[in-house]
Design a protein around this ligand. Structure first.
Ligand SMILES: [Fe+2]
Length: 203
């Protein structure tokens, strides 16, 4: 056996997610199913990896490569969506608390942070994240094309903006910018500040 593992279950969707401002229940329910799919895929891949016999021929290594790449996609899909769903359902507005202090310190203003994250989200194919980079000691808005590209080591994502079409196309068609504005309007900064406190991030 290559590696032992435990199956995980999807997190439940918060009821508030079904009543967002401008992002429909239809979108959220379809989106949640995609997240559940990532959880199932993660369990399936880890099951296959546990059965790989490392002592056999070279073919095993190409199988292993494929499984390990797919694993980064599945686990990225879980982590990204757990942040996304967890920090929506709030009143939006300006971030307060330590996160608000970090935003002002590292971007100059809330408006500048939002403008940069929005532009990053328009430039990305799948994600834009506001992450606290422990080596840089500050927030950055990092860009992502897929679930597994391009997370940065030793940075903790605090805001995860999903810009895949599945996140907005039903409600906004091609207006990704309009969707991003509504994303900000639904953010729950208390949740973000809870993470800031949990990770002991200080302004
Ligand atoms: Fe998504």
């Amino acid at each position: 056996m290559a590696q032992t593992f435990e199956e995980i279950a999807p997190r439940e969707l918060k009821p508030a997610l079904l009543d967002l401002d401008g992002i429909s229940r239809e979108t959220i329910e379809a989106h949640y199913k995609l997240y559940v799919g990532y959880v199932n895929k993660r369990n399936e891949i880890l099951g296959k990896l546990a059965d790989v016999d490392l002592s056999t021929a070279n073919q095993v290594y190409s199988d292993l490569r494929s499984l390990k790449v797919d694993l980064t996609f599945a686990i990225g899909g879980i982590k990204n969506h757990e942040i996304y769903f967890e920090h929506l359902g709030g009143p939006g507005g300006d971030p307060a608390g330590v996160f608000g202090d970090l935003v002002k310190r590292d971007f100059g203003s809330t408006a500048a942070w939002k403008a940069d994250l929005k532009a990053t989200g328009i430039g990305g194919r799948g994600w834009a994240w506001t992450a606290y980079d422990w080596d840089e000691g500050r927030l950055f808005n990092y860009i992502g094309d897929a679930q597994n590209t391009f997370p940065v080591w030793n940075a903790t994502p605090l805001v995860a903006l999903d810009v895949y079409e599945h996140a907005y196309f039903i409600d906004f068609a091609t207006d990704r910018g309009g969707y991003i504005d509504k994303f900000f309007d639904n953010l729950d900064y208390d949740v973000v500040n809870d993470w800031v406190q949990r990770y002991s991030i200080r302004a």
